[in-house]
Design a protein around this ligand. Structure first.
Ligand SMILES: [Zn+2]
Length: 341
């Protein structure tokens, strides 16, 4: 038997028994940015049997400061984050299964992507996806670990449906656009994401090894710059709030109508467009059509068109990210002009 997990098995909370449980479990990490890179790394090293990485994005230079699974070669090779993460993670642990999906989780694909997972870790950068995950997890009784980071501040909370309050018990509704700062306005300190992702991973290990009594029942908030740690009591929110999700089972965010197909991306001068009836795009054909317009490069994961003002990244599922604007109508007209449909 290998020594790989010897130190983890020595730890009283896990033991050989707990380690065996981890081998049979599947964790999905949604969003492979700063939080997702760190929690994925820890899950893979801990020996969780299957780790699935879902991410919609490609890697940029400004990611390298905190997204610990990526390097300069990944950028040169135009790799989507999920693919680059899988390559790195499989080298770290070849005994487990690692799945990579390049997609944005939305109401129409969430079930096919997550139905067989035992736990979900939040690595997203937006509340729309978090509320969707919350609805899905409460409906299907899947535990998930919320995490968010901005500047030197990080927040996390563990959600076990039916046992602890859900995200909606705590927040009720998505914070209105503009009321929350983004990485774009406040920046982000990499140790802040490191601490939150580490807590998320520890919480995952507790739940996956059936140590539910050890699970964090607070909303934890850290400010690493001001040396402040806050533990907000939330344990009674499930009882005192009339939560639409876990009290009256209205899973609003699982309905397509709530989902916005065109969104500005956190921390970026970029807009993402997801066609409602998107079909598979033939990237080589599109590349030859776009050649007269600007610089075109492509591989099997994505195509990139660079013009004077914009960078247009097209994924095979017809999802597009337009960098160089925050304006939705501008992005839509660029989409119509170059991609068509
Ligand atoms: Zn709730």
């Amino acid at each position: 038997m290998s020594e790989r997990y010897a130190r983890q098995e020595l730890f009283y909370g896990i033991g050989k028994e707990g380690q065996k449980k981890l081998t049979g479990k599947k964790v999905a990490i949604i969003g492979c940015g700063a939080l997702g890179c760190t929690s994925a790394n820890l899950m893979v090293r801990s020996g969780v049997g299957c780790v699935k990485i879902i991410d919609r994005d490609f890697i940029e230079e400004c990611n390298l400061q905190r997204q610990t699974l990526f390097d300069e070669d990944d950028i040169s090779n135009n790799l989507p984050k999920a693919i680059a993460a899988k390559k790195k993670l499989q080298k770290i642990n070849s005994n487990i299964t690692i799945e990579a999906t390049v997609a944005e989780i939305n109401p129409s694909n969430i079930d096919s992507n997550l139905h067989d997972t035992d736990l979900i870790i939040d690595g997203t950068d937006n509340f729309e996806t978090r509320f969707l995950i919350n609805d899905y997890c409460v409906k299907n009784a899947i535990p998930w670990i919320y995490g968010a980071c901005i500047g030197s501040i990080g927040i996390t909370m563990s959600i076990i449906p039916g046992v602890t309050p859900c995200l909606r018990c705590a927040l009720q509704d998505i914070p209105t656009f503009g009321s929350t700062e983004t990485c774009d306005t406040a920046g982000i300190l990499s140790p802040a994401s490191g601490i939150i992702a580490s807590i998320q991973a520890a919480e995952a290990l507790k739940i996956l090894t059936d140590n539910v009594a050890a699970v964090n029942r607070y909303l934890l908030k850290f400010d690493l710059w001001k040396n402040e740690i806050t533990r907000l009591k939330i344990h009674n929110l499930r009882e005192i709030n009339i939560c639409k999700t876990c009290k009256s089972n209205q899973f609003e965010y699982l309905k397509m109508g709530k989902y916005s197909a065109t969104t500005t991306l956190c921390g970026r001068n970029a807009v993402q467009i997801v066609p409602v009836n998107g079909s598979n795009i033939n990237l080589p054909m599109l590349a030859s059509r776009l050649k007269p317009i600007g610089n075109v490069s492509f591989n099997k994961y994505m195509l990139r068109l660079e013009t004077d003002k914009y960078v247009v990244t097209v994924f095979p599922d017809s999802r597009v990210i337009i960098t160089g604007t925050n304006d939705l109508p501008t992005a839509k007209s660029i989409y119509a002009k170059y991609i068509g449909m």
